[in-house]
Design a protein around this ligand. Structure first.
Ligand code: SAH
Ligand code: SF4
Ligand code: F3S
Length: 436
């Protein structure tokens, strides 16, 4: 009998990619996706544990799923992903309505567990693996522009604030042949952009193939218009990598380059393995080799022991670099991590105050960087209709900025030259240039 499932995904792109793998497996098992959770035979949530707030959201969703289950006692509730570790202890006490808990390395067993659940036992599998890369499973993709391709899993960096090494386990890379096979498949399925994914994407190493070589191999696949990757660790951004980026048209001129803090003292306490000088040097090298490169970042404010002077260092580096955009976070104490034990935690008010100051500064930088593009002609891949107007397209520049422009005769998936006319802050407005 055909069964249905409802799936929600939280967290980073790795989780989005994992959900596509899970959907591929569910479809092989005869499950089809539906929109109304109240009618589903199974409800899944793929969870994120990166900050307390992320977990809070999942807890409130679980409350809702519990209500659905009261009306429909047969529904299977499955919690997947990075919160599995944390949830499994709580589950038996507080959340008896959850049937299945699977950590990020246990998805392969989902179909089997679903069949077994007919016996109505709780199933918990949070074992992490040194090897699992889901090599042979093909994801079920939808939207048709960008295909996420996971190339490595886990993280061995152990930044002292971060839970990922505990939720996703050891770093391991996937063989190049299966990556290239997946990229080729995505291209023949009509995807024009490939984004290579990993928590430390540039730590990729499989036999003698490192990340720059892998990028070259992906660029050599016919039909790939654009290649992006995320997230690289500053420690492993090498000259070789930048040279490969600079010498391939299809590899986008943009990089996500997570600073976290601009204070050497805090960076050291975070176990980030670079100094602000090294970071600035790498930014200079990027701009020298790839002049119009777009640089985005992640910054944490209020890490334990962060003084006003440390925070000023962060503002200084941000001003010096002038990031095109930044994801900014208040430090959130996470279980298992080293920083949670530090005694000099910063008050919520202080964190909030620093966050607001950082956001204001970054807003100026983003505006400045965007203003500098006015008048230029950018190559834009059309991705979707603008949310604001049905007569306009939305697409991204090579440097990862969103541009809105009149549709004219262009179509989704085409790459068109767009002259930038204006910016409202975050996005750009323009018009297609003809006979360019
Ligand atoms: N592997 C990536 C980061 C993945 S997590 C990297 O090394 O850059 C995404 C971002 O969440 C991190 O860059 C960091 O800025 C933020 N983050 C991670 N743990 C956090 C915590 N405990 N509190 C606040 N922000 C955190
Ligand atoms: Fe977390 Fe650091 Fe690993 Fe990134 S590199 S996932 S921040 S431990
Ligand atoms: Fe969250 Fe796990 Fe990604 S903790 S950020 S979903 S690796």
């Amino acid at each position: 009998m055909n069964k249905s499932y409802y799936l929600e995904t939280y967290g980073c792109q790795m989780n989005v990619a994992d959900s596509e793998l899970i959907e591929g497996m569910l479809s092989q098992e005869g499950y089809t996706p539906i929109r109304e959770m109240s009618k589903a035979d199974a409800i899944f949530v793929n969870t994120c544990a990166i900050r307390e707030h992320a977990e809070g959201k999942v807890h409130s969703r679980l409350g809702l799923f519990n209500k659905v289950k009261r009306d429909n006692p047969g529904v299977i509730i499955g919690v997947l992903g990075c919160m599995a570790q944390n949830l499994k202890d709580e589950l038996l006490v507080n959340k008896p309505y959850v049937d299945i808990i699977l950590g990020p390395d246990a998805y392969r067993k989902l179909p089997d567990y679903l069949r077994r659940n007919e016996k109505k036992n709780h199933i918990v599998d949070t074992k992490l693996s040194r090897f699992e890369v889901y090599d042979d499973l093909f994801p079920s993709r939808k939207q048709g522009i960008n295909a996420w391709v996971s190339i490595m899993r886990g993280c061995d960096k152990f930044c002292t604030f971060c839970i990922v090494p505990f939720t996703r386990g050891r770093e391991r890379s996937r063989g190049i042949d299966s990556i290239i096979a997946e990229v080729s498949q995505a291209v023949s399925d009509g995807f024009v952009e490939i984004t290579l994914l990993g928590q430390n994407v540039n730590s990729y190493q499989y036999d003698s193939v490192g990340f720059p070589k892998l990028l070259e191999a992906v660029a050599a696949v016919e039909g790939v218009h654009r290649i992006r990757y995320t997230s690289p660790h500053p420690q492993d951004v090498t000259e070789e990598l930048l040279d490969v980026m600079a010498s391939h048209e299809s590899i986008c001129n943009s990089i996500h380059f997570p600073l976290q803090s601009g204070s050497d003292r805090i960076l050291k306490r975070m176990n980030r393995t670079y100094t602000k000088e090294h970071f600035n040097h790498q930014v200079d090298m990027m701009r020298e080799k790839i002049p119009h490169i777009g640089i985005s970042t992640d910054i944490i404010v209020g890490f334990p022991g962060e003084t006003e002077t440390d925070f000023q260092d962060t503002l200084d580096v941000a001003s010096q670099v002038q990031f095109d955009s930044a994801f900014t976070f208040k430090y959130s104490a996470r279980p298992y991590t080293k920083a949670v034990e530090y005694e000099d935690q910063i008050s919520e008010e202080e964190k909030q105050d620093r966050l607001e100051r950082l956001i204001l500064l970054q807003r100026e930088h983003t505006l400045e960087k965007n203003k500098k593009t006015i008048g230029s002609i950018q190559s834009v891949l059309i991705e979707k209709e603008s949310k604001k107007s049905t007569s306009q397209w939305a697409g991204r520049t090579d440097s990862n900025k969103w541009v809105i422009f009149p549709k004219e005769n262009a179509a989704i998936k085409e790459t068109v030259p767009v002259q930038i006319l204006n910016t409202s802050g975050i996005s750009l407005q323009g018009k297609i240039v003809h006979n360019h």
